[in-house]
Each structure stands twice: as C-alpha cells, then as structure tokens.
Ligand binder design. Structure first.
Ligand SMILES: Nc1ncnc2c1ncn2[C@@H]1O[C@H](COP(=O)(O)OP(=O)(O)OP(=O)(O)O)[C@@H](O)[C@H]1O
Length: 262
C-alpha cells in the first residue's frame, strides 16, 4: 500500500510541473491526517497529499470512504489534529478560524441562501468585515459565477436550485478565497446547471489561479474539469492519477469502484 501512495504523490507533483499551473508550488499540504471515530473506526488513515496551487483536484471514492471528512478538515469544519494540514506552509490550526474560512471557502451539495435578495447574499461576507460592495462589484461576482445582472434583485424563492447554487458560489467568491472546497456541488443540479458551475470553476482557475478541491460522485465530471484525481478508499488515498489515466488505477478496490461507476 505504501508504494502506491508514494508513487501517487510523485505523480501529482509531476503532473503539476507538466501542466505548468499558474503559480506552481503547493497550496495545501496534508500530512498523516488521521481521524478515528468514538467507536475506534479509522475514518481517515494517515492521508498524505499535496494540493498544487492553481489546480483543480478531484476526490473520488466509494460512499463512506471519508471524502467529506477530508474536505471538511481543510477549513476546520472538522478540527484536524495539530500538524496535519498546512496552508501556504502554515498550520491551519494556528490561523484564526474565520479568516481561514474566508481564504478556504466551501460550497455544499445544496445551497442555503439567506433571506433577502441575491445582492444581499453576495454582500453578506464583506459586510461582516465592514465593507459594502458596490452594485458593480456584485455584478462582477455574479458574472464570475455565470449569472447575469438580471438576478441582482431576485429573492432566493425565485431561483432554481442551479441558480441558487451559483448565487452561493458568488457569495463565497465575495470573500476573495484562495481555495474553493466543493462537496458534490452539482449532484442536485440538471445537466445545464451542472455545466454552468463547471464552466465557472474552470474560468476561476484560468483567470484567478484558484485552487479547487472537488468531491464528486461523477467520474465524467472529474474527467471534464480536474487536473488530478485522488482516489480515497477506506480513509486512505490509494492512488493519485491524471483524469484520463483513471483506467490505469492499480489498487484493487480502486479498479472495482471505477468499473462499477464508469
Ligand atoms: N463524527 C463522526 N463520528 C463517527 N463517524 C463518522 C463521523 N463523521 C463521519 N463518520 C463516518 O465516517 C465515514 C466517512 O464519512 P464521510 O461522510 O467522510 O464519507 P464520504 O466518502 O464523504 O461518503 P459519501 O460519499 O456517502 O458522502 C462514514 O462511515 C461515516 O459514517
């Protein structure tokens, strides 16, 4: 098992160099990240991975393999052990948790909008810091999330789930995050809304050098947008591959999973 993991980490870094991602280097380092449940079950078992700056990293794996737990550790929605997650080389446990969550924003499967208009939602984060976004700034954020300005004054109740998810993305982007964590962000959306979100993510990578970690059950989605894919099985990253090399996965559980889901 160790050999798979070492090879996998090398593969990710080699892929990063080949792709010549915007700023290069490692944005998030994860070292021996372990979570044991109260019933002594290993939910994450010594996960080691480097998330390259400016890349879209896909996380796939069977249900219950620890994908959401891994993602939540990266902005302390689950508090990881000290010394296991580093952002730009700094242990995230040493950072103010609210600042961390601005820098490392998260989008969930189902968007929850606050009361008020779309613009109120987008303005929410900066307002907490005493900054009022201008109408132009709100429109720019809506455009980044693939929504036009006609949504500005609408209320949450007037939106489809897909549109609401894009508002949630614009609201997250208003905090000017350096990293986006996405937990199955399109699993409740129709194909067109899914494509809108995927287009927005790819544009954010190209235009802003955004680092993105996305958990998805759709291998096709990961193949469309990710630069590298981590396969998580039983709380361990067993393989890291380029999306078009997924069929070359060597780990037996990874092969079974890929055969069943492709
Ligand atoms: N706080 C907790 N206490 C005990 N068990 C937990 C806790 N959080 C998660 N688990 C268990 O850890 C395992 C991994 O859960 P997690 O949600 O991270 O998996 P996942 O890969 O995201 O699953 P899915 O694809 O179904 O969303 C599951 O068996 C879950 O029941």
């Amino acid at each position: 098992m160790a050999a798979f993991k070492e090879e996998a980490t090398e593969h990710l870094l080699a892929a990063a160099e080949q792709e010549n991602w915007p700023s290069g280097g490692v944005k998030i380092e994860v070292r021996d990240l372990t979570k044991v449940s109260e019933k002594d079950v290993r939910i994450l078992n010594k996960v080691n991975v480097d998330i390259p700056r400016g890349a879209i990293v896909g996380i796939i794996g069977p249900s219950g393999s620890g994908k959401s737990t891994f993602l939540r550790a990266l902005n302390r929605l689950w508090e990881p052990p000290y010394g296991s997650v580093f952002l730009d080389g700094v242990d995230i446990c040493e950072l103010d948790v609210l600042s961390l969550r601005r820098r490392v924003g998260m989008l969930f499967q189902l968007p929850v909008l606050f009361q008020g208009s779309v613009a109120d939602n987008v303005r929410y984060g900066p307002q907490l810091k005493g900054k009022k976004l201008s109408d132009d700034e709100v429109s720019t954020l809506l455009t980044l999330a693939d929504l036009d300005s006609s949504f500005f004054s609408k209320s949450g109740g007037e939106l489809s789930v897909g549109q609401a998810q894009r508002v949630a993305l614009a609201r997250t982007l208003a905090n000017e995050p350096e990293v986006l964590l996405l937990d199955e962000p399109t699993s409740a959306l129709d194909p067109v809304s899914t494509q809108n979100i995927e287009d927005a993510l790819v544009r954010l990578k190209k235009d802003k050098g955004m680092t993105t970690v996305i958990v998805s059950h759709s291998i096709k989605q990961i193949q469309r947008i990710a630069d590298v894919v981590c396969l998580l099985v039983n709380g361990e990253i067993v393989e890291i591959l380029k999306p078009d090399h997924l069929s070359q996965a060597k780990h037996p559980m990874a092969q079974t999973f890929l055969n069943l889901t492709s």
